[in-house]
Design a binder for this molecule. Structure first.
Ligand SMILES: NC(=O)c1ccc[n+]([C@@H]2O[C@H](COP(=O)([O-])OP(=O)(O)OC[C@H]3O[C@@H](n4cnc5c(N)ncnc54)[C@H](OP(=O)(O)O)[C@@H]3O)[C@@H](O)[C@H]2O)c1
Length: 333
C-alpha cells in the first residue's frame, strides 16, 4: 500500500483521498494543516491519521511515503523540494510550478533520488476519453487545428464582486484563470500535439489584478489551436479537433469525460461518459508507476509525463509573459 501524507484540507484533498481509497492502492498516513482542528477533521473523516501543524515535522515523519500537495500554487515549489529532500514521492496539484527555473531545480533534485517519483496531477490527461483520443489521432489525417474549452463560473468570483480577494483570484498566490483552469486545455494541446512554435495569451483582467478568463493562441507548423477558459463565466461549448472532414469531439477540455468521432456519415462514441470520481484514473496511473519500478513500459510512460510537465510549464510561462503576467515564485505578504 502507498502511504499518503496530505497538504491542504480543501475539497480537492477530500476528492483525491476518496479516489485514492477507491483504487485500493493507498492509505492515509499523515495530514498537514496549519490548524489542528482542520487537520483532525480531515483525518477523522478518512479513517484517522497522524496530524501535523508543523511542515518540517510532517515531511520528516515516516508515517507516509508519498506527499499529495494541494496548497495554493505559490507554495508548491518549496513544498515539493522539501518532500523530495525528505525522501518522499510527490503528487502535486496543477500547476506544479510557476516557472521553468523552478521546474529545472526540482528535476535536478529528483535526479539525486532515483527511487522517487514526481507527478503533476493533471487529471484530464489520465482520463479514458483522453487515451481514446490519443488512439483516434494515430489514424487521423489532415489535422487542421483544435479548439479546447474549459469555462466554469467560480463561486469565489462572487466574493471578488463583493470586494474580496480569495486565494484562487489572488495574484500573490499565483492565482488566476490561466494557472487555474487554463492549464487543463493547455495540457490537452501539449500532450496531443507537442509544444507550440509560438504562443500568445489574451487575458481578461479582474479587480484583484489576476486574469479571470482568457484566450490563448498556440501556433504550430501547420495549424493553430485555441484555448478558451474562464472562471468568471460558463460555457457549454464542446472541444474539437479538426481532421479533414472528421471531428474528434470532446465534451469538455478540462473534464475530458467523453469523446466521439464525428464523420459526415456517422457519430461514433469512442469513449463513453465517465461518471466516477474524476481523480480515480490519475491515482490509478500514479500507483502503478510507484508500485512497479521494475516495469520498463510503465517507467517509460512516467518519463513521458515528466517531460510533458516540463513542456506545459514552459508554455504556461511563455503564455503568461506574452500577456505581461509574471507569476511570483515565492509568497510575499
Ligand atoms: N485537480 C483539480 O480538480 C483541482 C481542483 C481544485 C484545485 N486544484 C488545485 O489544488 C490546489 C489548491 O487549490 P484550492 O482552491 O484548494 O486552494 P485553497 O483553498 O486556497 O488552499 C488549499 C489549502 O491550502 C491551505 N492554505 C490556504 N491558504 C493558505 C495560506 N495562505 N498559506 C498556506 N496554506 C494555505 C489550506 O489548508 P489548511 O487550512 O489545512 O492549512 C487550504 O485547504 C491548487 O494548486 C489548485 O490549482 C485542483
Amino acid at each position: 500500500m502507498i502511504k499518503l501524507g496530505t497538504i491542504g484540507t480543501n475539497w480537492i484533498t477530500q476528492r483525491m483521498i476518496e479516489a485514492a481509497f477507491a483504487t485500493g492502492k493507498y492509505e492515509l498516513g499523515a495530514a498537514y494543516s496549519r490548524h489542528e482542528n482542520t487537520g483532525n477533521e480531515f483525518a477523522n473523516q478518512n479513517g484517522g491519521a497522524k496530524v501535523y501543524t508543523n511542515l518540517a515535522n510532517f515531511m520528516a515523519s515516516d508515517e507516509f511515503d508519498t506527499a499529495y500537495i494541494a496548497s495554493p500554487n505559490v507554495f508548491h515549489f518549496e513544498q515539493v523540494m522539501l518532500a523530495l529532500k525528505n525522501n518522499k514521492n510527490v503528487i502535486v496539484e496543477k500547476p506544479a510550478f510557476m516557472n521553468p527555473m523552478q521546474t529545472q531545480q526540482v528535476l535536478d533534485e529528483l535526479k539525486l533520488h532515483p527511487n522517487l517519483r514526481l507527478f503533476e496531477a493533471a487529471r484530464n490527461v489520465h482520463m479514458p476519453a483522453f487515451k481514446a483520443v490519443q488512439q483516434a489521432l494515430k489514424k487521423a489525417t489532415n489535422i487542421a487545428g483544435a479548439d479546447f474549452v474549459f469555462s466554469q463560473y467560480s463561486s469565489r468570483y462572487d466574493l471578488v464582486l463583493a470586494g474580496e480577494t480569495p486565494n484562487v483570484f489572488n495574484f500573490a498566490f499565483a492565482g488566476g484563470a490561466l494557472a487555474d483552469l487554463g492549464i487543463y486545455p493547455l495540457y490537452d494541446a501539449v500532450a496531443l500535439f507537442g509544444k507550440p512554435v509560438k504562443q500568445m495569451y489574451y487575458p481578461t483582467m479582474i479587480a484583484t489584478g489576476a486574469d479571470g478568463k482568457g484566450t490563448a493562441l498556440l501556433n504550430y507548423d501547420k495549424f493553430d489551436i485555441t484555448l478558451n477558459f474562464s472562471k468568471i463565466s460558463n460555457s457549454k461549448h464542446h472541444s474539437e479537433i479538426y481532421a479533414g472532414r472528421n471531428i474528434i469531439a470532446i465534451d469538455n477540455g478540462g473534464e475530458f469525460t467523453e469523446a466521439k468521432l464525428i464523420s459526415p456519415e456517422q457519430t461514433e462514441v469512442i469513449s463513453a461518459k465517465y461518471t466516477k470520481n474524476p481523480m480515480i484514473p490519475e491515482m490509478t496511473d500514479f500507483a502503478a508507476i510507484i508500485a512497479h519500478p521494475e516495469d520498463e513500459t510503465l517507467q517509460a510512460k512516467y518519463h513521458v509525463w515528466l517531460q510533458l510537465m516540463q513542456h506545459v510549464n514552459e508554455t504556461l510561462n511563455n503564455l503568461a509573459i506574452s500577456a505581461g503576467i509574471h507569476y511570483p515564485d515565492k509568497f510575499k505578504e
